[in-house]
Write a protein that binds this ligand. Structure first.
Ligand code: ADP
Length: 234
């Protein structure tokens, strides 16, 4: 369970989060949607402790997460554009993170196989394509079996096979009771995975609830159209 309460963040005069409150439940995939620059990434970074909010609270499993880096160990994160130290191989990145975490993690070999990363792991990360970096990022996010997963545009750049295997992993993680927070521009993909929707517009929550409730509220069956309705009404 992740909770944010009255979260505010501004950059100079730009108010990016204007008092965002939300609950992200275990065993659910919550899709965070909204137009560009509505504050989705900032919200996720506040939960991760990568951005310090100006006000409000963040709790992960009931524990205050602000200024509490230990909470980070409970969260697997896939950033939008993953970057790794360029001159070391993928395998060395994995070993380095294992050492930092003081744990080997779980199912490394099966994650390597799932994403077809065997060959890529012996290459320096600078030569990896965006999609392959994304797969390495997925492997690292899931390796330590964290109870919370924050996935920011996780399938951007993945080929159809990797994307499909990734979605299977997300669904299995949801069924195993993980709390999953995800963004994507691909509404059909969110529709496939998400149970709940948090719609942000200019740093304000416009809708928070189940997919069914969103359909009822907007009279639209498809998530893409339902979100468009919300945008028109806002
Ligand atoms: P989204 O993920 O919904 O596209 P973001 O949270 O990335 O939105 O960004 C929200 C707004 O905050 C944007 O206008 C962006 O330019 C601005 N912003 C994000 N990070 C910074 C930063 N470090 N400094 C200044 N402005 C920022």
């Amino acid at each position: 369970m992740v909770e944010v309460e009255a979260l505010t963040k501004r950059y100079g005069t730009l108010e990016v989060l204007k008092g965002v409150s939300a609950r992200f439940e275990p065993g659910r995939v919550t899709a965070v949607v909204g137009p560009n620059a509505s504050g989705k990434t900032t919200l996720m970074k506040c939960i991760l402790g990568l951005v310090v909010p100006d006000g409000g609270a963040v709790r992960v499993h009931g524990e205050n997460a602000l200024g509490n880096p230990a909470v980070r160990a409970k969260i697997g994160y896939m950033p939008q554009d993953p970057r790794f130290p360029e001159n070391i191989t993928g395998r060395e990145v994995v070993a380095w993170i294992q050492e930092l975490r003081g744990s080997r993690g779980r199912d490394l070999e099966s994650l390597i196989e799932r994403f077809g990363l065997e060959a890529a792991l012996s290459q320096p990360t600078r030569v990896l394509s965006g999609g392959t970096r994304q797969k390495l990022s997925a492997l690292l996010a899931f390796l330590f079996d964290p109870p919370v997963l924050i996935l920011d545009e996780p399938t951007a750049g993945l080929d159809p096979l990797a994307s499909s295997r990734f979605k299977d992993l997300v669904a299995a993680s949801r069924d195993a009771g993980k709390t999953i927070i995800m963004t994507s521009h691909v509404m059909s993909e969110l529709e496939e995975l998400a149970d709940r929707v948090l719609f942000l517009l200019e740093g304000t929550v416009i809708f928070s609830g189940g997919l069914e409730e969103l359909r009822e509220r907007t009279g639209e069956a498809k998530l893409e159209r339902a979100v468009a309705r919300l945008m028109e009404g806002a």
